[in-house]
Design a protein around this ligand. Structure first.
Ligand code: ADP
Ligand code: ADP
Ligand code: ZN
Ligand code: ZN
Length: 751
């Protein structure tokens, strides 16, 4: 190997998916950005070739004995992949982790925070474990460190405007003249005709929370010893303190509506024991500090003036500064990680690596600009540069022109998607890309177009006095019959306003988001869009056989793999291993079914067609209409039988969009639909949104993409900043007006 080659990751003749013997060199310790239309092959190079080979090499390090228990990672399809260093993939998968995983724990800031409190907090309460809600010594004993507790939802359990005789207690066991109701009424001392709202405080307390006591009662002439207990107390003991999952399914269903989760009554959500909460620094306890926005907390920490604590303070401020630098200053350390968005999750993971001490790592990012306002993209760029300057190789798949700018090296993949892509159309500097005659090169130079002829709304949908999360009593009208774009920096409150407040009032809206399409492993674009039903009918009538034969959920399916085309072998503790089915060779159907043809093609061959090929092949009106919808949303390149589980978030979102396109008079809500879309595809997306509006629908889009914002009929800008510095409507109007709106950060960026 030549000396200079050591300076590059070298890939020779890569052939994964649509790649056509791609050979390239990626400079080490530099930022390389992969560009190109969706489906051109960027992920096939970056994830399926580079990242896959790195994972495989890592596994080779295990002993033969251990490897026998590991999935066998096949070598990526390429002649050679050389000079790889360990790869770390920083993706947008949400950070799960349940209630015990918070911003503080995931970024490793919490342990340092605990040491700080154990050293300088007053009064001294013990060592550092006392400050962990995951540690039995520190956790609130009432809620086990969760901060929330299940309790009875009093508004559902009681009707205060009624008397006992009128059925004031709505819990399942207390129907009027039922057993439990009788005990309460007989034991007294309650007037069964008095409305609960007229009870004295003591009587109400006794009725609801009275402790168990024995009472002699007369039942059908027989005297019995009965235990009487407050209504809520009894329900809590019976259904909440005991695990309700041990009860019958019917009982669980019956009691579920009366149980709700609220803040723990002992620690009020702070998760820690009273002793721990009494320990303070400059008047604040650890829970109060964890509830502060990071941007504010960093000032509080800097003010700690204590010689012993100086190194701890330094390390804490360093880490908090990383969060501020990447634009997450509006988050709090106690925020549960499973409530973060995909973009936020990716940025949190990034911070974790920045604080780490690994060098000569290959970091791989998948569209890290998702969810970032143009104002904050420079912060992302600085972070990528920092990783590089620490001696790491940075590889990024990205569509945002402002990120592409900072690349040391650009690889443009194309020229188009699927079989019309899979080659490298440009390699070199940013300046060179601007002069290159590729889709990316030409679109980078195009100026923004401002929409002038904005549509007039047909009416409005009002949001009144919204206060959820950071919203500051927001009242705003969303016009109907037009395209509204909701803008604002990350954390300003866009999702809270639209996805939570607005959608809770309009559950009939069609939500097109990026969540995975939660269906069986057999689902693919053909089944999801309904194309498969038409195709089965066509095969059946052409061959005069039952259409059931052509379903891979039925008797026509290969029996060995049950129509999956692959066989999963389960391994304890590990991901199961997926191998192609030996019987059908991945074609999913029985030989006899594959013998039936439609215009010369078998059902398996049809499922292997791309949307584009299928458009040439089919003439059936319904099939063509559905295929055209997929093509319109930029999915020409996917095959009809590609498992939905292999699609990216952006692709899932566009499949959903394609299958909802024919509705009229509906409200559509989309969250960053440009995710995963190349600049040249955004025009198509805008056409689709405009078509929806012209068909009488209302379209509401949360977006950062300037090409979409400038084409809105109406813009609602939330801000001015993130977190507690946001949560207000700073601008409502047309694209021409926002440019002159002094108070709008978005407006300034459009200028
Ligand atoms: P990009 O990252 O540029 O959007 P991809 O590398 O994901 O493009 O896709 C390139 C081509 O390979 C597309 O035609 C896509 O449908 C196909 N492809 C990607 N992943 C798979 C897979 N797991 N199975 C079959 N085809 C795939
Ligand atoms: P945007 O969509 O504009 O990025 P969000 O609506 O996600 O902003 O967030 C607005 C504010 O509400 C931020 O301060 C954020 O941290 C907070 N927030 C959002 N979701 C939650 C949640 N589930 N729990 C607590 N705070 C939240
Ligand atoms: Zn508690
Ligand atoms: Zn099979």
């Amino acid at each position: 190997m030549s000396e200079s080659n050591q300076e590059y990751i070298v890939i020779s003749a890569a052939r994964e998916n649509n790649l056509k013997n791609v050979s390239l060199r990626i400079p080490k310790r530099k930022i390389t950005i992969f560009t190109g239309v969706s489906g051109s092959g960027k992920s096939s190079i970056v994830f399926d070739t580079i990242a896959a080979e790195s994972t495989r090499l890592l596994n080779e390090n295990f002993s033969m004995f251990v490897r026998n228990f590991l999935p066998r990672y096949p070598q990526p399809d390429a002649d050679a992949i050389e000079n790889l260093s360990m790869a770390v993939i920083v993706d947008q998968k949400r950070l799960g982790g349940g209630s015990h995983s918070t911003m503080g724990t995931i970024t490793d800031i919490s342990p340092i925070f605990r040491i700080l409190f154990s050293r300088v907090g007053q009064p001294y309460v013990g060592q550092a474990n006392m400050f962990s809600f995951n540690d039995p010594q520190g956790m609130c004993p009432e809620c086990n460190g969760i901060g929330r507790k299940l309790g009875v939802d009093l508004s559902k359990a009681l009707d205060m405007s009624k008397s006992l005789n009128e059925g004031a207690i709505m819990l399942p066991d207390y129907s009027v003249s039922g057993w439990d109701w009788n005990i309460i009424v007989q034991a007294g001392p309650f007037d069964p005709d008095k409305k609960l709202s007229e009870y004295s405080d003591e009587d109400l307390e006794q009725l609801l929370y009275g402790k168990a006591r024995k009472v002699k009662m007369d039942f059908a002439g027989k005297e019995m010893n009965i235990t009487v207990e407050g209504v809520i107390e009894k329900f809590t003991n019976k259904y909440i303190k005991q695990d309700v999952k041990t009860k019958s399914e019917r009982t669980q269903k019956a009691v579920a509506p009366y149980i709700s989760e609220g803040s723990c009554s002992s620690c009020h959500g702070a998760r820690l024991s009273q002793a721990t909460l009494s320990c303070r620094i400059n008047g604040l306890n650890i829970a109060e500090m964890s509830a502060m926005e990071v941007g504010q907390l960093i000032h509080v920490i800097r003010e700690i003036d204590d010689a012993i604590a100086a190194p701890i303070v330094k390390s804490l401020t360093e880490r908090l500064q990383h969060l501020v630098d990447i634009g997450l200053d509006y988050l709090t350390l106690d925020r549960e990680t499973d409530t973060l968005s995909g973009g936020e999750s990716q940025r949190v993971k990034m911070v974790k690596h920045l604080s780490g001490s690994l060098v000569d790592v290959t970091y791989i990012f998948d569209e890290p600009s998702v969810g970032l306002h143009p104002r904050d993209v420079h912060r992302l760029n600085e972070l990528l540069q920092k990783l590089r300057d620490k001696g790491n190789t940075v590889i990024v798949v990205e569509h945002d022109p402002d990120v592409i700018k900072v690349a040391d090296h650009i690889v443009d993949v194309g020229p188009h998607a699927g079989s019309r892509g899979g080659t490298i159309v440009y390699e070199g500097s940013y300046q060179g890309l601007l002069e290159a005659d590729t889709l990316t090169g030409t679109h980078m130079k195009r100026p923004l177009q401002l929409k002038h002829d904005c549509r007039q709304p047909s009416g409005k949908l009002s949001i009144k006095n919204a206060t959820l999360h950071n919203l500051q009593n927001v009242s705003v009208d969303i016009p109907t019959g037009v395209l509204t774009v909701v803008t604002g920096v990350a954390g300003s409150g866009k999702s809270t306003l639209i996805n939570e407040v607005f959608l809770s009032q309009h559950p009939d809206a069609i939500v097109i988001d990026q969540s995975a399409i939660g269906v069986s492993t057999r689902s693919n674009p053909a089944t999801y869009t309904g194309i498969m039903d038409d195709v089965r009918k066509a095969f059946a009538s052409a061959n005069k056989v039952n259409q059931g034969l052509f379903s891979f959920n039925s008797k026509g399916a290969c029996e060995n793999c049950q129509g999956l085309g692959v066989v999963y072998t389960d391994l304890a503790f590990l991901d199961s291993v997926k191998l192609p089915c030996e019987v059908c060779g991945g074609r999913r159907f029985k030989e006899e079914v594959l013998a039936y043809k439609l215009n010369g093609k078998s059902i398996a061959e049809v499922l292997e067609m791309t949307v584009e090929q299928a458009l040439d092949f089919f003439e059936l009106k319904d099939v063509v209409r559905k295929l055209q919808a997929l093509s319109d949303v930029g999915l020409n390149y996917i095959t009809l039988g590609q498992p939905l589980s292999t699609l990216s978030g952006g692709e899932c979102q566009r499949i959903k969009l394609a299958s909802e396109l024919h509705k009229k008079g509906s409200i559509y809500v989309m969250d960053e639909p440009t995710t995963g879309l190349h600049m040249s595809d955004i025009g198509h997306l805008l056409e689709i949104m405009n078509r929806l509006v012209d068909a009488g629908n209302t379209v509401i889009v949360i977006e950062h993409n300037l090409d979409v914002i400038t084409q809105a009929d109406w813009i609602i800008d939330i801000g001015p900043d993130g977190g507690s510095k946001g949560g207000q409507v700073v601008f409502e109007g047309t694209p021409e007006q926002i440019i002159h709106a002094e108070q709008s950060i978005t407006g300034r960026y459009l200028k």
